[in-house]
Design a protein around this ligand. Structure first.
Ligand code: BTN
Length: 332
């Protein structure tokens, strides 16, 4: 797979407009001002990219199926967003989409720039962990956010990412997912997505943030049995069939844009009830690792800024600003 050239995009457009019917090779050649062998060459390239195109002498070409690629041509024309992902960077393979987005940010890429890859070779998770990124299975993306926000507030976009994903999974796929504070998305108690937000700030305000999210979409049980710190799953495992990553990506982007705009207008505090409604940990006994401390207690709620309120075993309440929930009572 890879991005299509302009003539190939034109051919695709015509084939899609005539979905289900044959389009003559002569007609295509005339419309595009190229030779018939030229058409044939481009059709072959499209086939290599995963498009299923039937060729029949005298009838021409018919588009039978499109690949589940996240390439520009399959996503950008279908975007329903106002500002998100209009600057769209698609990569077949990359070290880390976050690293690439950080680079683009420094070069002046606009607010809402999206970097998405079919594969990452150096995917990064929180706390310097590795994010295993199997090719063509998951969605590995990073969003560049340029609103200057107080340094304490900027990382809160990660909360918006997990909330948006949980809401979208429910609306689009009927999946009940939950948020394991601070921003892992779980399905049936297993991790299906993780978020890594990285912010560059001046003294008081952020210059930009990159919100990176990895979503396990079509991973098999064997792939998800791998060496993960927390039990892992994928959307396909949970629903029992492969899902179109294109649909997951497009719907996620629409939901994220809505929720992020809401967050900018009203702040995170008004979204905390929603966050609590989808929380995996609320009311449960959990263990949180904070640096070299391990705190056990009951998750009582969240502050307006998204910090965790933990009632410790000694009866004192602690506000935990950052950490990693390593165990949830009754977890798989
Ligand atoms: C975590 O759960 O620890 C966070 C995982 C974040 C992974 C995503 S995949 C896309 C983006 N690029 C990266 O290198 N990391 C994030």
């Amino acid at each position: 797979m890879g991005s299509a050239k302009p003539t190939q995009l034109e051919i695709l457009k015509i084939l899609k407009e005539n979905e289900g019917s044959f389009v003559s090779g002569v007609g295509l050649a005339e419309k595009l001002g190229i030779s018939r062998p030229g058409v044939w060459k481009h059709i072959n390239r499209l086939k290599e990219m995963g498009y299923e195109i039937q060729s029949q002498s005298r009838l021409g070409y018919r588009l039978v199926a499109v690949p589940d690629s996240l390439a520009h041509e399959e996503i950008v024309p279908n975007l329903k967003t106002q500002w998100l992902a209009h600057s769209y960077h698609y990569l077949r393979t990359i070290g880390s989409t976050n690293d690439h987005a950080l680079l683009l940010a420094v070069e002046g890429a606009p607010h809402g720039t999206l970097v998405v890859a079919e594969e990452q070779t150096k995917g990064r998770g929180r706390l310097r962990r590795e994010w295993i990124s199997y090719p063509n299975r998951g969605i590995y993306l990073s969003i560049l956010l340029r609103n200057p926000l107080p340094v304490r507030v900027a990382p809160q976009s990660a909360y918006i990412g997990s909330l948006a994903l949980v809401k979208m999974l429910h609306e689009e796929f009927g999946i009940t997912a939950s948020i394991k504070w601070p921003n892992d998305v779980l399905i049936n108690g297993r991790k299906a997505a993780g978020i890594l937000t990285e912010t560059q700030s001046d003294q008081d305000f952020s210059r930009f943030s990159v919100m990176g999210i990895g979503i396990n979409v079509n991973h098999s049980r064997e792939e998800m049995a791998g060496p993960f710190r927390y039990p892992a799953t994928s959307i396909a495992i949970e629903v029992g069939f492969a899902v179109k990553r294109q649909r997951v990506l497009l719907q996620f982007l629409s939901q994220f844009e809505r929720d992020y705009d809401h967050f900018l207008q009203k702040g995170l505090s008004v979204m905390i009830p929603e966050f609590e409604a989808h929380s995996e940990v609320l009311g449960k006994i959990i263990t949180v690792v904070c640096g070299d401390r391990e705190i056990m207690g009951k998750a009582q709620g969240f502050t307006p800024e998204g910090a965790l309120l933990l009632l410790r075993e000694d009866g004192l309440q602690e506000t935990v600003w950052a950490g990693d929930v390593s165990h949830v009572e009754g977890a798989v």
